[in-house]
Ligand binder design. Sequence first.
Ligand SMILES: [Zn+2]
Length: 234
Amino acid sequence: MKKIIKRLNSIGLYLFNSILPKHCIACRQILVADATNQLCISCFSKLDQLTESDKAEIERIATDIGAENIYTSYRYQGILRKLILSFKFQDAIEHRKQLAQILPKFKQEEQHNMVEPKLVVPVPMHPLKRIARKYNQAEELALLFAKQNHMTYQPFVLKRETYQKQTDKNKQQRAKNLSKSISCAEELRGTHVYLVDDILTTGATLKACIKALKKSGATKVTCITLCFTPLQDK
Ligand SMILES: [Zn+2]
C-alpha cells in the first residue's frame, strides 16, 4: 500500500511539474523539473563573490565583536539583494529554501572534531516588528541552517525587548541601546553558539547578541550570515 501511495505521489509530482513548471525565482526562466536550486545557472553564476578587501574587513569585524569567526557567502548586491529584500519585506517566504542553500555549510568531519555542545540561534526581532513582518527572516534561515548541518536549533534563546527608533541617536548611544535591548533567556555554560542573521553590515547587532550569549556562559560564538554589505555601500 505504501509503495502504491509513493508511486501515486511521484506521478502526481510529475504531472504537477509538467503543468506548472518551476521558474527561476530571480529571472522567471523555466527550470528543469528536478532542479534542486530555485535559481537558474545563469542567475546563480551572477551572485557577487566577496573581494579580498571584503574578507579582510569581515575578519576585522569578527575580532571587534568577539566572534570566533564570521562565515558569510556573498556580497549584498545584485540578484541576492533583490531576493533578500522580497524575502524580508514582501512576504516571499518561499525564497528561504534557496537562501538557506547559499548559507555556509560545515563538513560532517569538521563537526565531529567539535566536542562542545552546539546550538543554532537566530538574531532576535522585536515582537511587534515580528507581527508586522509576519516572520523573522533570521529564524527561517537559522532553522534550515541547523537542519542542513545536523545541529540543535533554539529559536528563543535571545530576546529583543525595547524597540526605539535609533535614527536620532549617535553611534555610541545606538550601541548602548542595542546592547540593553538584547538579552539571553537561557543558561549556556560551555556551549558553542552559531548565531545566524541575513546580512552583515557593521556587526553592531551581532556584537550585542554575542555579549548577551557570553554573559550567559557561551564559550564561543560563530556568526553565520548570507551576505556582507560592501564598504562603499554602508
Ligand atoms: Zn534566473
